[in-house]
Write a protein that binds this ligand. Structure first.
Ligand code: FCB
Length: 466
């Protein structure tokens, strides 16, 4: 569990970041930062925005560790020009954001809300003016509450409604937005949201979680043709949270447990997206909990995409755990390794291992690292500086691993750091900071951290060399 991990958390001693240069990467490599709507926007009651499942979930006592919500967050809804300036000044050439569906579709069957569309239209123009290629995510977990009231992602109708939403947004922004991500981390939507209940909508039922995962994947498949019809030159993909896994020992039961865990964490999503349907071993084990899949669904899900988005944070060690739901497998902390303040193992080599495994097993075409980052106990010094050398070293060492993996033949075309700003970190509220930019949530002041300054210097190298 995270708690067990947290007990083992130790600050890693800062080292010199590995020697790495922007010129080690291709000229057209994309350098970005990622954010998401609910985590940064605030402006919860503005522009005709309706309630999302996260607004509702945050009201639940104990759901969010500091009792907070995203109602104000980074106030990006008002401060977006300043935030995009930060991205430009870093030297980014791409920026990944998400569209809050509660700003766009205010009720069942409603026409798109012009105020919501206008907000994102201004935001996209702001990116283009600053040389930031917009990478738009359609769903980063903020479902409108009215859809949850009708059953949410457990209902097939929610997948159809998502295609309508994708149509509305792509019709409006597709003249300027060419890179589209349907979903962010369907595993989290399904498992955190509907099995563990630690994310909105806070349901704890494995059968529901599996049905949700299917409807989310189906909605991805239904959104693809809608986006392509509106944006013929669109590049469309999905962003998955994926983990390199190792069995805790050479014992057959640990090896089998690791394969099961992989089945739900990784293969459950990668297999159907690559035309293989759901993994048979997991379907067998889930038996009565298996999702209802209608004829044609798997074909829709397997429609070709243009890239795979990989969100990478940490590897996992897996041991056999008799009786542990849902698959009798458990994550055990690896001893003697550095961990972030979240307890997540720091493993740049895990990034390379993950990419090589995905390419060997699925040959997905171009890969973009759509998220990667770390959280630490940041402190603002008397001089106003945030000396977050652990985050700097995390970033630098993962970029070095990426460079080496690409040198080995991998087709990775871009990297988006999570995140541009400290923000509302879901169930952890404002207690976990992931930003390259520090946000004072009292004053909304932004300050570039040491890690941000390092990224800026790294990104400026090529400009200087030209
Ligand atoms: C990912 C989420 C992102 C952020 C990071 C830390 O799972 O996609 O919103 O919370 O973790």
């Amino acid at each position: 569990s995270f708690q067990a991990h947290q007990k083992m958390t130790k600050k890693i001693h800062a080292t010199v970041p590995p020697a790495i240069a922007r010129s080690d990467f291709a000229r057209d490599f994309l350098w970005g930062c990622s954010t998401s709507s609910y985590q940064i926007e605030g402006g919860a009651a503005e522009g005709g925005r309706v309630e999302s499942i996260w607004d509702r979930f945050c009201e639940r006592p104990g759901a969010i560790r500091d009792g907070s919500s995203g109602a104000v967050a980074c106030d990006h809804y008002h401060r977006w020009p300043e935030d995009l300036d930060i991205g430009r000044d870093l030297g980014l050439n791409a920026y990944r954001f998400s569209v809050a569906r509660p700003r766009i579709i205010k009720g069942p069957g409603a026409r798109p809300n012009p105020q919501g569309l206008a907000f994102y239209s201004r935001l996209v123009d702001g990116m283009l003016e600053r040389g930031l290629e917009p990478w738009l995510t359609l769903y980063h977990w903020d479902l409108p509450q009215y859809l949850q009231d009708q059953g949410g992602w457990n209902e097939r109708a929610t997948a159809y409604a998502f295609a309508d939403f994708a149509d509305a947004v792509s019709a409006h922004l597709g003249d300027r937005v060419k890179h589209w991500i349907t979903h962010n981390e369907p595993w989290c939507t399904a498992i955190h949201g509907h099995f563990e209940g630690v994310h909105a909508p806070g349901i704890q039922d494995f059968r529901t979680a599996l049905q949700v995962s299917h409807h989310v994947l189906l909605s991805h498949g239904l959104a693809l043709p809608a986006i392509r019809a509106n944006v013929p030159d669109a590049q469309v993909g999905i962003a998955l949270s994926l983990h390199p896994l190792t069995a805790a020992s050479g014992k057959p039961e640990d090896i089998a447990a690791c394969a099961r865990h992989d089945g739900l964490r990784n293969r459950w999503f990668l297999d159907p997206l690559h035309g293989r349907g759901y993994p048979a071993d997991i379907l067998d084990l889930c038996a009565a909990d298996a999702p209802v899949v209608l004829p044609g669904d798997l074909d829709a899900i397997a429609a070709p995409t243009d890239f795979l988005g990989v969100n990478y944070y940490f590897p996992e060690i897996i041991e056999h755990a008799p009786g542990a739901a849902p698959l009798e497998a458990r994550v055990v902390p690896r001893e003697g390794v550095p961990r972030t303040a979240f307890g997540w193992e720091v493993s740049p080599e895990g990034l390379g291992a993950l990419i090589r495994r995905i390419e060997a097993d699925y040959d997905p075409g171009p890969i973009y690292i759509t998220e990667n980052g770390s959280t630490w106990e940041d402190t603002v010094g008397d001089d106003g500086e945030i000396d977050d050398r652990e985050r700097r070293d995390y970033l630098a060492s993962h970029l070095a691993a990426l460079r080496d993996t690409i040198a080995g033949g991998s087709r990775v075309k871009g990297y988006f750091a999570w995140s541009l700003l400290d923000n509302f970190e879901w169930a952890e509220g404002y207690l976990r900071r992931f930003g390259l930019t520090h946000v004072d949530f009292e004053t909304q002041q932004r300050r570039l951290k040491g890690s941000g300054k390092w990224y800026r210097a790294f990104l400026k190298q090529e400009e200087d060399a030209q």
